[in-house]
Design a protein around this ligand. Structure first.
Ligand code: AMP
Ligand code: MG
Length: 457
């Protein structure tokens, strides 16, 4: 496979106010901290440290900051790439197109009060989390590199600065459509929709694009919930129309099962709690559908009817994906009417006993016992035809546990990357059930309650 930049800049063909041309701000002493050789090879991207620190612009790149708006915790506001730049779209040897984006590369016209920079800890965290999600089989943006800048960023305290190189099938957000609808013309919305269809939904009509975007989110959210993932900040600007998980700020995996679990320090109302994720996705998709109304039908009453019907359709799609996923987690070979009751009863018991979400399913997969509270349920489940291989494919042996993540990031902050490397090795094949993964399946010594995540700005 040829290793060379092969960048296209198709986004710059959109009307000029969709983006702003901006070069990355050079940094003092760039140093590549972590580099994803496998991903680089699949993209055909050369390992050029200067590029991933923003000190050199790759051949063929026309760097831009993208404009977008969004509802943040329910409130609409103008946003845009305040600390990110799109270098361009790498076209792979199999003709796939991937955005190459620097995050933390300096100020842009959308920075508002921010410094345009990022700290090493949160960028490493995004790197590990997104790659773990990919290994878990969840659609997600990927991470190609983290480069230290040799500069300090001022947060509550001074922190080492870093830049993450993010790879995505695109960075078109629900908020990008909201930007076009609110600040642009109907023609702008049409141009963005046409561009999005070409990139993600080839051959589909506008209503079909809406339906398929909803379908992908229904699948994505179901899969988050099946592995116990909490995104933490599902604002409309953090929802990619492609159906990939995007923006790893305060996300975390749930330990003890409780549907109301929230980790994010800024989510004081629990808006994006574990169990609320489908509801918030549907809310975001309604905002998306609103922007498309002029395109859905020439008669606006009819357009509203179409939009509403599609949004309502989210629930059945989500429920089906979730139920099918739960059946697979329990190894159930055939669907039966009582499955939902069986699943609900298990979750209820897990909640009552504060059972660890991942390890409960891990134990079931390995044929272990769950304790006396589960005896009756276990008996019922065991009467069903069960396939262990199906369970192994659907219940990860390891997830990026919060205490392990913190420990690895703390060591990295001291210049020791060995813990991050070991952590990544354990997370590379989460459905393998190897002996070396067992250490990472263990819970922290004390109870992990009170774990808090931060947006990492
Ligand atoms: P997020 O919460 O990461 O989704 O970001 C919300 C908005 O704040 C986006 O427009 C970001 O580009 C912007 N932003 C976050 N951190 C910074 C920063 N350090 N400097 C400038 N803009 C930022
Ligand atoms: Mg964001």
């Amino acid at each position: 496979m040829p290793v060379k930049w092969n960048l296209d800049n198709s986004y710059t063909k959109l009307p000029a106010h969709f983006y702003s041309k901006q070069a990355p701000s050079p940094v003092r002493s760039p140093r590549l901290v972590i580099f994803n050789h496998a991903l680089a090879a699949s993209l055909g991207v050369p390992p050029e440290p200067e590029v991933f620190a923003g000190n050199a612009i790759p051949e063929g790149s026309q760097p831009i900051a993208q404009a977008y708006a969004g509802h943040q915790f329910g409130y609409f506001t103008m946003l845009g790439d305040g600390r990110a730049l799109l270098l361009g779209e790498q076209i792979t040897s199999s003709c796939e197109r991937f955005d190459i984006q620097l995050k933390g590369s300096g100020r842009t016209i959308y920075s508002r009060g921010g410094d345009g920079r990022a700290a090493l800890g949160p960028m490493l965290r995004e790197y590990v989390m997104s790659e773990a999600m990919h290994a878990l089989g969840i659609p997600t943006t990927r991470s190609l590199a983290v480069a230290a800048t040799g500069e300090t960023v001022r947060r509550e305290k001074n922190l080492p600065g870093a830049i993450l190189t993010r790879v995505a099938s695109s960075h078109i957000r629900v908020g990008t459509f909201q930007y076009a609808a609110r600040f642009g013309t109907p023609e702008d919305v049409r141009r963005l929709a046409d561009y999005t269809i070409e990139r993600h939904f080839p051959g589909l009509t506008y209503p079909q694009m809406l339906r398929e975007a909803i379908n992908r989110q229904a699948l994505l959210i179901a899969r988050w919930q099946l592995i116990g993932f909490i995104h933490g900040v599902m604002n409309t600007d953090n929802m990619a129309v492609s159906g990939e998980t995007i923006d790893y700020g305060p996300c975390a995996f749930m330990d003890a099962y409780h549907p109301a679990t929230v980790f994010s320090s800024i989510d004081t109302q629990g808006r994006y709690a574990f169990e609320k994720q489908p509801k918030m996705a549907a809310w975001n998709l309604a905002r998306f559908a609103e922007t498309l109304l002029p395109l859905l039908h020439e008669n606006q009453d009819e357009a509203v009817r179409i939009a509403q019907e599609e949004i309502v359709g989210f629930w059945a799609l989500h429920e089906n994906y979730w139920l099918a996923g739960m059946r697979a987690k329990l190894g159930l070979l055939e669907a039966q009417a009582e499955d939902e009751a069986l699943i609900d009863e298990l979750l209820e018991l897990m909640q009552q006993t504060r059972a660890d979400y991942t390890n409960t399913f891990r134990s079931l997969t390995l044929g272990g016992e769950l304790g006396p509270a589960f005896a009756h349920w276990h008996e019922k489940w065991r009467q069903r035809p069960i396939e262990q291989a199906l369970m192994k494919r659907n219940n990860p042996a390891v997830i990026p546990r919060n205490h392990r993540m913190e420990e690895a990031l703390a060591a990295a902050g001291q210049g020791d990357l060995s813990l991050i490397e070991q952590f990544q090795n354990a997370l590379r094949d989460p459905y393998e059930y190897t002996q070396s993964q067992e250490e990472y399946a263990k819970l922290p010594a004390g109870a992990a309650c009170g774990y808090r995540t931060f947006c990492g700005t």
